[in-house]
Write a protein that binds this ligand. Structure first.
Ligand SMILES: [Mn+2]
Length: 334
């Protein structure tokens, strides 16, 4: 590994784990410096793939560190689905209605309590002023980064979805509450486009003649995650990501999917370009695995830091193909 070269250190989903973040930055050679105390590296830049917030114990500290880095130019970031959700949670719509784009405090809405649980750590650990400060800062951050030699997005790089967002927003970030409302409205083209970029595409098993499955939480589902990073795959078996513990409706082991060609629309999600894409979101575990976590031109950097995994970076120094030895984790403190 050539860690002295200039380049980018792409850092996975942090979810409020500030201690792990500071250990990782330190191990990567970033040091707090300057009047703002922001972590800086002599000749490298950090990139955060989003999902800074929710779940973990040190929400505020993570935001202080990352905002100082981004504002000082020692880091860049893209929004994750958790930052987007926080923005929608705080946005009353229609104005004065007492209802919010992401429902909460609403006993008539079944999604309300789930949304409150998912966002509880952020709400509890930040004051109202702090929340409003960081939400305002989220609004200034992009949904993707195309840096020429690399690309970064929270969940899935998809040219068609990026084109929709660019057309509808006039750029790569939100500038009005009306846009946020459209993203929160099923059926609007912005809804599907932002879902794809921030949560990743799915594929219907039922539409391909297969049965529904029960996931590890017992929920019956007819759609699976689509492994958009598998550039050589074109069949249902190759592209539908099925967890090992999924069962059929009546509890039997879910059978192997057939080698059935998926529809053209689904194939459009598969990444075929040569520019490396870095992304997070997918709650990977263990050591990075070929074709599961990385391919020649894609690399996931989310290894579940807030669920006992290692906060993970990829140290990129100009290579056009992913090199698994460039994944980087801090040594466990003794
Ligand atoms: Mn995510």
């Amino acid at each position: 590994m050539n860690s002295d070269a200039t380049g980018y250190d792409i850092i996975g989903d942090i979810h409020g784990c500030a201690t792990a973040l500071e250990e990782l930055l330190d191990a990567l050679g970033y040091r707090p410096a300057g009047a703002d105390g922001a972590y800086r590296h002599d000749h490298r830049t950090a990139i955060f793939v989003g999902d800074l917030i929710d779940r973990g114990p040190q929400q505020l500290r993570v935001l202080q560190i990352v905002q100082a880095m981004v504002d000082s130019g020692s880091a860049r970031m893209v929004l994750g689905n958790h930052e987007f959700n926080a923005m929608a949670y705080a946005t009353e719509w229609p104005a004065g209605s007492g209802k919010y784009l992401r429902p909460h405090d609403d006993p008539t809405d079944p999604r309300s309590q789930k949304n409150e649980r998912q966002h509880a750590a952020f709400l509890e650990q930040l004051s109202a002023d702090e929340r409003s400060h960081y939400l305002g800062w989220f609004w200034t951050q992009p949904l993707w980064l195309d840096l020429g030699d690399i690309r970064v997005v929270h969940a899935c790089w998809h040219d068609d979805s990026i084109a929709v967002v660019q057309r509808e927003l006039g750029g790569d970030r939100f500038t009005s509450i009306d846009q946020l409302a459209r993203v929160s409205t099923k059926g609007d083209p912005l809804y599907d486009a932002v879902e794809t970029l921030l949560k990743g595409p799915e594929i219907s098993l039922v539409d391909h003649g297969q049965q529904s499955y029960r996931d590890k939480d017992g929920h019956l589902r007819d759609r699976a995650r689509l492994s958009w990073w598998k550039s050589d795959a074109s069949t249902l078996r190759g592209l539908a990501e099925m967890g090992g513990r999924f069962t059929t409706d009546d509890g039997a082991e879910y059978p192997d999917l057939p080698d059935l060609e998926v529809t053209e629309g689904h194939r459009s999600f598969v990444y075929g370009d040569q520019v490396p894409v870095f992304y997070g979101h997918y709650w990977r575990s263990g050591d990075p695995r070929h074709l599961h976590d990385w391919t020649d031109h894609t690399a996931c950097v989310d290894f579940s830091a807030v669920k006992g995994g290692a906060l993970t970076a990829y140290r990129w120094s100009g290579e056009s193909r992913i090199q698994p030895e460039n994944y980087f984790v801090a040594a466990k403190p003794s």
